[in-house]
Design a protein around this ligand. Structure first.
Ligand code: 13P
Length: 252
């Protein structure tokens, strides 16, 4: 097992292009020594500014969604090819906010994953249970189903361009973090699902992040778990010192 951590900020619908460039300028010197992968996931409209600001640095840029068709009459949508051509390397897919507010389903997430991989992007695939599902003790079933459906048709070679983010919905933006043990338990379960689909070697190499109220204070403990290979950070990724502290915790 020799997995390199990945710390990705999900800025959600925050920051104008000028603000995005300024935040990246602030983050850049603070993460220049990072040994983990560092990614910022910005709104579509901020992508050019983010790509420009990260040029020559080791910070990767992610979009927060993409459509599965390459082009056509799909008003308001952005294709994976468009992202790829501009230099975007990553795309966050299946985030619970997309599923809750914008009608994403396991099947549409599967199509988006297909489109993104075909375009050459690396996917950060979000899965996670709601509070009701956890209380009904079906976390394992839900997360396994989301993972399996999203990866339908994804080859073992392509799996190396998929990062899975376990984000319990009840922990997102609530300040209520999963315990390190809860986070590790579900990340380990996802790894066992991957092992069933792709074999133990591929599962051992796969990167599985935790997301949900991860911050500068709790990152080290979460990242110390054997099956947690990084973080997908919302609120704390909008503050350069906090994001940098999480990157530092992942760089040890
Ligand atoms: P918070 O870190 O704000 O809880 O958000 C997590 C998240 O949704 C990252 O995708």
């Amino acid at each position: 097992m020799n997995r390199r951590y990945i710390i990705a900020g999900n800025w959600k619908m925050n920051k104008t292009p000028a603000e995005a460039a300024a935040l990246i300028e602030e983050i850049k010197p603070l993460v220049s020594d990072a040994s983990c992968q560092v990614v910022v996931g910005v709104p579509f409209i901020d992508l050019p500014a983010a790509l420009e600001a990260t040029k020559g640095s080791q910070i990767g840029v992610a979009a927060q969604n993409c459509y599965w068709e390459k082009a056509g009459a799909f008003t308001g949508e952005v294709s994976a090819d468009m992202l790829r051509e501009m230099g975007v390397q990553y795309v966050i897919l299946g985030h619970s906010e997309r599923r809750t507010y914008f009608g994403d389903t396991d099947m549409t997430v599967q199509k988006r994953v297909r489109g993104a991989l075909d375009a050459g992007l690396t996917v950060i695939l979000c899965v996670g249970e709601t509070l009701e599902q956890r209380e009904q003790d079906i976390t394992g079933e839900i997360v396994a189903m989301q993972t399996k459906i999203a990866l339908g048709g994804v080859s073992v070679e392509e799996l190396s361009r998929v990062v899975i983010a376990y984000e319990p919905v009840w922990a997102i933006g609530t300040g209520r973090t999963a315990t390190a043990q809860q986070a590790n338990e579900v990340c380990a379960l996802i790894r066992s699902v991957l092992s069933g689909l792709y074999g133990p070697e591929a599962a051992d190499q796969a990167l599985i992040q935790y997301g949900g109220s991860m911050n500068a204070a709790n990152a080290a403990e979460l990242l110390a778990q054997p099956d947690v290979d990084g973080g997908l950070i919302g609120g704390a990724s909008l503050k350069a010192p906090d994001f940098a502290a999480i990157v530092a915790a992942a760089s040890r």
